[in-house]
Design a protein around this ligand. Structure first.
Ligand code: PMP
Length: 433
């Protein structure tokens, strides 16, 4: 059944909308908790959560009931021309959590649009279309969001509405930051920023956009404090900071509610998406009022912040806070990280096991080198599926296995997934020698 659907998918959707698992693509037909079932009746433990989007997992009663209550009113959509109670409530909560005084929240349907809005606010405020972005980043698929995406396979267009200068990524296995200590890395990054500002910009740059931990780029993270150090230099030039928290927000990193908090910095704008809707299309940007309000024309988004998605968003956010899922992410993430390091940390194909909370990446290399090994990564990825575990792939070289399970993951589920991962890695490692 899935075979036929794959052929139909390939015949009618764009060739670049690709699916995982080759000819054996999965159609998910039901889900509960952290488990999903495919069209062949096979059940999987889900460690990727629809790319970190099903943040609470599947069929969460509180979210379902909140959405059903809204649907029962008959108002699926009204328009921001009318007051939307759930939108206001959610905006109040996000503004409070943002750490930004007198914050304004603008809701969109996707992370891409949220980043577009952040570009609009900052370029408008600074009267400059110059943007600093980070190599190996991902910020979305619109014209401008692609232009600030520093990852070749996701940034197809060379034509760009913004003028972008690139900062070094946090990759510590290769490139200019290879082998540096945290302090050296931060110094080198600040030096790099100064050099970029002096050489490839006219100085009046609008903003730096950065992911606190690069998601699509393979969960690459620079040392704590780096964004704070960069911000000091940015402040000398009046350059704004946009934190793209699409993957790192809502407590996923375990140590903090927002990823930027590990950097000792307060961004001017924060973009969010994915997990906040737990599957409903909900995203947005929260920022300083003077930036957000200053857009020169009246504007709205037809579906942005609609009654159904914001009903879901309130239920999701309340759930995260009421159940302290940040602490859960920390605890279960530690089980995974420690377990992986102990069991396969010295496997030849494992170049690095890194992560924070429930955002864990394993980078695969050719044994004894830092040369990326996408084939070994694929082998582990396929073995995981065979063992009943869904994980993700990513990284500039396609050699990073990515885990971003729902934040509701239990200790037992963490151990169950860990065992499958360890078996898969050992199998691939044995073949590499
Ligand atoms: N920013 C980051 C960090 C992302 O990971 C993504 C999606 N992968 C986006 C922006 C774009 O979000 P969306 O797909 O909702 O447009």
């Amino acid at each position: 059944m899935t075979d036929d659907l794959l052929a139909r998918h390939q015949a009618v959707l764009p060739s670049w909308v690709t699916t995982y698992y080759g000819d054996d693509a999965i159609e998910l037909v039901s889900g509960s908790g952290r488990r999903v079932t495919d069209a062949n009746g096979r059940s999987y433990l889900d460690f990727f959560g629809g790319v970190l989007t099903n943040m609470l997992g599947y069929d969460i009663a509180e979210v379902r009931e909140a959405v059903e209550r809204q649907l029962a009113t008959g108002i699926v959509h009204s328009s921001t021309l009318y007051l939307i109670r759930r939108q206001v409530e959610l905006a109040e909560k996000i503004a409070r959590l943002s750490g930004i005084p007198d914050a304004r929240v603008f809701f969109t349907n996707s992370g891409t649009e949220a980043n577009e809005a952040a570009l609009l606010f900052t370029t408008n405020h600074r009267r400059s279309n110059q943007i600093l972005a980070v190599r190996n980043s991902y910020h979305g698929r619109s014209f401008a969001a692609m232009a600030i995406t520093g990852h070749r396979s996701w940034s197809a267009s060379a034509l760009s509405p913004v003028s972008v200068s690139w900062l070094s990524s946090g990759d510590r296995l290769r490139g200019r930051m290879k082998g540096l200590s945290d302090a050296e890395h931060i110094d080198a990054a600040v030096e790099d920023l100064r050099e970029v500002l002096a050489t490839t910009t006219s100085g009046d740059v609008a903003a730096l956009i950065a992911e606190p931990i690069q998601g699509v780029g393979g969960f690459v993270h620079a040392p704590d404090g780096l964004l704070g150090a960069l911000k000091k230099e940015l402040d000398n030039h009046g350059i704004l900071l946009i934190a793209d928290e699409v993957q790192t927000g809502w407590g996923r990193t375990g140590d903090h509610f927002w990823g930027y908090q590990a950097h000792g910095v307060q961004p001017d704008l924060i973009t969010f998406a994915k997990g906040i809707g737990n599957g409903f299309a909900l995203a947005g940007v929260v920022g300083r009022a003077e930036l957000v309000n200053a857009v020169p024309a009246t504007s709205f988004s037809t579906f942005g912040g609609n009654p159904v998605s914001t009903a879901a968003g309130n239920a999701v956010l309340d759930y995260v806070l009421d159940h302290d899922l940040q602490a859960n992410a920390k605890r279960t993430g530690t089980i995974l990280l420690d377990g992986l390091r102990a069991a396969v940390g010295d496997a030849g194909i494992v170049g690095e096991i890194r992560g924070r909370g429930l955002m864990i990446g394993i980078e695969f290399v050719r044994p004894g080198t830092t040369e990326p090994d996408p084939a070994a990564t694929l082998r582990v990825f396929d073995e995981c599926r065979k063992g009943g575990l869904l994980v993700g792939k990513g990284g500039l070289y396609g050699n990073v296995l990515r885990m971003g399970p729902p934040l509701t993951l239990t200790d037992d589920e963490a151990r169950e997934g860990l065992a499958i991962l360890v078996d898969a890695i050992r199998t691939a490692d044995a073949e590499a020698f």
